[in-house]
Design a protein around this ligand. Structure first.
Ligand code: C2O
Ligand code: CU
Length: 525
């Protein structure tokens, strides 16, 4: 495909600019004006990006990729396209999705494979594709303005990298609030030597839904939350209001509280909550046989909603969080912040059972159904008692011995204050809204400790790209890439700096992130 090669050639020349700061400058305030011409015109000049840092396409990144090897080539194409989506129960909405499906078609590969993942952009805007949870080469991380240029409307781009390790991950754009449309898909990396024994697998994707309902769009929601100020640091400016009518009814949520989340549960009042693209009124049904051992891979793809999940009539054995194995622990229910994943094993009973995902603190829920026998389907509002049963939290999980970080004192500690308020909607790290030129330095080979001091009255699911930290710090914490920081609490995590590049660190509340709660860890050269 010649077009693809052209785009790739342009991309590599644009990446050469990263070290000189031109790419970062392009992605800043100039982006809004220039987004339609990003690939056909040279980047405008602007303030230089910080010097002395590894460049996303630098030799350090290539060397790290060589150490990962290169297994068999797997080629997959995802097409991001405007789509009419059926959410069940006669509800259809106009939105954007991968291949017109919700969730997008699952991408399934084996650890060690070389994945050539082409994103074809049929959207009316630029986009990007990020593999959430992957420790991949930095220039394939999919962050416009930092690791690549945004993919133009009508263009495509191939993400080519070695898939590092097994796990339950997912794909989504890293462009504005596009994730809160239907643009998400599971990315399942199988283990060539899978140690778990199970009969079947059920991938469960949770989502909160507003796009296309009574004229609402995520861009309009962001404008409402921020009072119109938004922020300009991201590569993806909000679409002009003219494209989307008046933006629908008010969607701001006030007074949603959750004990589990330590206070304010969320900011957005979604009309629907979905499991695998369906509302509870017309749920997706998973069929198995009584006695089957089923591996559930649960992914929270929501924008502003934590989900409390339980399978009626069953206990769950937690085997992984964020793709990394843990010492098996049983639980009745789990709470997932946005971006978090849990793998659990269940042994199916005989009958029909609700898999309920409570929109935590929002007085609503989503549901799918497990059917192994006869009987009527559970009603949409059924609330399995397991939701109020025992709940294992991530900090009570221990890593499987194969993935525990070796005990080591940190070489460097980076402290962040989580700041901002619902009223001002000025979420940030250390009161500084995101700018692509921000760098928090780390050095290859270091054990790095991150401390998050949450000074806000709200919880935040904090996500680090390209690495998996140990929760709580040290050797005893479960390995994760996304972790909930409760209001007024401090979270400490440790990671080994073994993947050079420029890596996003952000809140996975999409609206908090867009308001400014994002920053960059940069490897020093
Ligand atoms: Cu789900 Cu910056 O990522
Ligand atoms: Cu947040």
């Amino acid at each position: 495909m010649p077009a693809q090669h052209t785009r790739r050639a342009v991309l590599s020349s644009s990446l050469a600019l990263a070290g000189t700061g031109l790419l970062a400058a392009y992605a800043g305030r100039g982006a809004a004006a220039d987004r339609s011409s990003a690939l056909s015109h040279p980047a405008p000049s602007g303030p230089a990006a910080p010097e002395g840092y590894v460049s996303p396409d630098g030799p350090e990144v290539a060397a790290a990729e060589r150490r990962r090897g290169a297994g068999p080539l797997r080629e997959v194409t995802l097409t991001a396209t405007p789509s009419r989506l059926d959410l069940g129960g006669g509800r259809t909405v106009s939105s954007w999705a991968y291949g017109g499906a919700l969730p997008g078609q699952e991408v399934r590969v084996t650890a060690g494979d070389t994945l050539a993942l082409t994103l074809a952009n049929h959207l009316p805007q630029t986009t990007s594709l990020h593999g959430h949870g992957l420790s991949l080469r930095n220039d394939m991380d999919g962050v416009p303005g930092l690791t690549q240029r945004a993919i133009e409307a009508g263009a495509d781009f191939t993400y080519r990298f070695t898939v590092p390790r097994p796990g339950t991950h997912w794909l989504h754009p890293h462009s504005g609030v596009q994730l809160d449309r239907g643009l998400y898909a599971p990315l399942i990396v199988e283990d060539p030597r899978e140690p778990l024994a199970y009969d079947r697998e059920w991938v469960v994707v949770l989502d909160d839904w507003v796009d296309g309902v009574d004229g609402s769009t995520p861009d309009a929601v962001l404008r409402e939350l921020t009072g119109g100020h938004g922020h300009s640091g991201h590569a993806m400016p909000a679409a002009p209001a003219a494209e989307e009518g008046d933006g629908g009814p008010p969607r701001m949520l006030r007074g949603a509280t959750s004990e589990l989340l330590g206070g304010n549960a969320g900011n957005v009042d979604y009309p629907y909550y979905l499991v695998n693209g369906r509302t509870a009124e017309d749920p997706s049904v998973y069929t198995a046989r009584p006695g089957d051992r089923i591996r559930l891979r649960i992914i929270n793809a929501g924008g502003d909603t934590a989900f409390r999940v339980a399978l009626g009539g069953h206990r769950m054995t937690v085997t992984h969080t964020d793709g990394f194995p843990v010492r098996h622990a049983t639980t009745d229910t789990l709470l997932l912040g946005m971006g978090e994943r849990y793998d659990v094993l269940v042994t199916a009973e005989d009958g029909v059972f609700p898999l309920t995902a409570l929109a935590e603190g929002k007085k609503a829920s989503a549901m799918a159904v497990l059917r192994t026998g006869g009987g009527a389907a559970p009603g949409a509002s059924v609330r399995p008692k397991e939701l109020d049963g025992e709940r294992v939290t991530a900090d009570r999980l221990s890593p499987d011995a194969s993935v525990a970080l070796p005990a080591r004192e940190p070489d460097r500690t980076v402290r962040f204050r989580l700041t901002g308020s619902m009223r001002a909607y000025d979420w940030a790290f250390d009161r500084k809204p995101y700018a692509p030129g921000q760098r928090h330095p780390v050095k290859a080979g270091e054990r790095v400790r991150l401390e998050f001091h949450n000074q806000t009255a709200m919880w935040h699911p904090i996500h680090l790209h390209g690495h998996t930290f140990s929760l709580g710090g040290g050797a005893r914490g479960a390995r994760k890439d996304t972790a909930i920081v409760l209001p007024r609490h401090t979270l400490t995590v440790d990671f080994d700096a073994d993947n050079p590049g420029l890596w996003m660190l952000h809140c996975h509340n999409l609206y908090h992130a867009e308001a400014g709660m994002m920053t960059v860890l940069g490897y020093l050269r």
